[in-house]
Ligand binder design. Structure first.
Ligand SMILES: [Cu+2]
Length: 179
């Protein structure tokens, strides 16, 4: 029952954030959009947000970041939007008997005192349809939508493949035909 409810909320939140964001100015600067429209969910902080560009055109990119929650009760992340990216999916890499595979995650729980880390080999956000306007060394904006509709945004630095440690390995197992 809970799973069904969460999945429904997640789909709605993704659809809403997709429509709203795409209707916005196509090239806002990260700081301008944050300052102009405060929309931050209370108590939610994004740290060290990073977008890694696809290894080759048409392949997915990936986003990593940390999230801390200091609000009341419990919330969950229902969707992720990245400026300049058509579609995202939250994934989790699970290793069983030495074999890693990725599975979609419809919501990620947040609770006080339990930071969540999106990182290589664990939770991560797949980025589909990465615009070539995103350049390594520059910055884009990442926005999380919570299950109650609150949003929180932060700047994310853009890196090329090879800018970090294990991301190419993390995504070598990604079979697009199974998405
Ligand atoms: Cu993935």
């Amino acid at each position: 029952m809970r799973v069904v409810v969460f999945a429904g909320l997640s789909a709605v939140a993704l659809a809403l954030s997709g429509c709203g964001q795409q209707g916005a100015d196509p090239v806002p600067t990260a700081t301008a959009s944050i300052d102009a429209e405060p929309q931050n969910a209370p108590g939610v902080t994004i740290s060290d947000a990073m977008v890694r560009l696809p290894a080759a055109p048409g392949r997915p990119g990936v986003a990593y970041f940390g999230v801390t929650f200091g609000g009341e009760g419990a919330r969950s992340i229902a969707g992720v939007y990245v400026e300049g990216v058509e579609r995202t999916e939250m994934h989790e890499t699970v290793t069983e008997n030495g074999i890693s595979k990725m599975q979609p995650v419809s919501s990620v729980p947040l609770s006080t005192g339990q930071p969540v880390q999106f990182k290589a080999g664990g939770l991560h956000v797949m980025l589909f349809g990465v615009a070539d306007t995103l350049k390594a060394g520059e910055t884009t904006e990442i926005t999380l939508t919570l299950d109650n509709g609150d949003k929180v945004s932060a700047p994310a630095r853009i890196e090329a493949v090879g800018g970090g440690m294990s991301a190419p390995m993390d995504h070598s197992a990604h079979d697009m035909s199974k998405m």
